[in-house]
Design a binder for this molecule. Structure first.
Ligand SMILES: [Zn+2]
Length: 375
């Protein structure tokens, strides 16, 4: 859902967007590029960090795009024109979702040499989850997902048939995950920037969107957008999908962890980002670089509070399943892809309220899970 309070945020780069195969400098040694996505969400932002590893100058890539011909061709263009003839030294991935990790296998192979492997850096949890999903034809999507959605009230046979048919959804976008990785953990410091201007990025683990999402914060980097003569030093946050300016982060329960309660994890994770300076430049995976981090966190918290209240109100009138809540929470027509996301989100809100003791589960004779508000 588009953010109705977007005007509270500021876009220091204005309407500038990197054209396919090109980059825009955000700060010295930090460049922004975009890859297209064949979904309703039609792009992902990726980042290049000037780097030096084992005495070799080059670049680190942050996030990859999905594996398709368009994205590979776009990368080739970047390699040729935007890297100043330097190699890619490592591939840092914020989390295991296809648009972020899809081409990690190709990028790391493309840039590994006999002397040196171009390494994937990612949280251990997301490496495992991505690797499992890319090799699996069951457990992600397919029959298991169809059963899960049916239990939550999605009864339309056509929709369920299409969910069943999507069992290779992840593997199609992420055919492979590199077999070796370097583990990112919360609080870990990475040095980038090259010999001329080394600077430190700190890893910030976040939960509720992916198994163990890693955002990267650099307190030192001056960013320049509007007044290159007077760069500001309020720091930069590569926020991944944890904080986005226009849309709210997907927080879903999925079939492989059916009792999960991700919403409190997500809310706790974004609340922790308030400890970063308010004028931090946020580099999100979708949308444009923005300032207004604290305002956006407040908006996201209010957004989920409203949705929780809507769920409570609906479940006080009659016991509701997740499918019953789609019309309450999403006041627009959803395609199948959006419906599966919306179901996951509805279940996340129901589980959060159950966990807080506000809803009680009601087992129906039809096998559909419903909840009622505890008076
Ligand atoms: Zn994601």
């Amino acid at each position: 859902m588009a953010n109705p309070q977007e005007s509270a945020l500021h876009y220091p780069l204005g309407d500038a967007l990197p054209a396919p195969g090109t980059t825009i400098e955000i700060a010295p040694g930090l460049r922004w590029l975009r890859m297209s996505l064949p979904f309703a969400l039609d792009h992902i932002n990726l980042w290049l960090l000037r780097d030096r590893q084992h005495g070799i100058d080059g670049w680190s890539i942050v996030d990859c795009g999905i594996d398709d011909d368009t994205t590979r061709a776009s990368w080739e263009h970047i390699f040729e024109h935007e890297l100043q003839g330097l190699p890619v030294l490592r591939v840092i991935v914020t989390h295991m979702h296809p648009d972020h990790i899809g081409l990690a296998h190709w990028l790391t192979e493309r840039w590994s040499t006999a002397e040196r492997e171009c390494r994937l850096w990612i949280s251990g949890t997301d490496w495992n989850a991505g690797r499992m999903a890319s090799q699996s034809t069951t457990g992600f999507g397919g029959e298991s997902a169809a059963r899960f959605f049916a239990r939550h009230g999605l009864t339309d046979p056509e929709a369920l048939a299409r969910v069943r048919a999507r069992s290779n959804y992840y593997a199609r976008l992420v055919p492979k995950v590199p077999g070796r990785f370097r583990r990112l953990m919360d609080g870990m410091a990475l040095t980038a920037g090259g010999a001329a201007s080394p600077h430190t990025w700190h890893c910030i683990a976040g939960y509720g969107h992916a198994p163990e999402h890693i955002a990267l914060h650099c307190a030192e980097l001056p960013w320049t957008a509007e007044a290159p003569a007077a760069p500001q030093r309020h720091g930069v946050l590569i926020s991944g999908d944890m904080v986005l300016p226009r849309i709210s982060t997907n927080v879903s329960v999925i079939d492989i962890e059916p009792e999960a309660d991700p919403l409190p994890l997500y809310l706790k994770s974004i609340a922790a980002l308030r400890s970063l300076p308010a004028p931090t430049l946020v580099l999100p995976s979708h949308g444009k670089p923005f300032t207004g981090l604290h305002a956006r966190i407040g908006q996201l918290q209010a957004h989920h509070d409203e949705r929780l209240a809507e769920v409570l109100a609906a479940c006080s009138e009659r016991p509701c399943s997740a499918a019953d809540l789609l019309a309450v929470l999403f006041k627009r027509k959803l395609d199948l892809h959006q419906t599966t996301f919306a179901m996951g989100e509805a279940i996340a809100h129901l589980h959060a309220l159950q966990g807080a003791g506000r809803l009680a589960g009601v087992a129906g004779v039809d096998g559909v899970q419903r909840w009622r508000t505890i008076a």
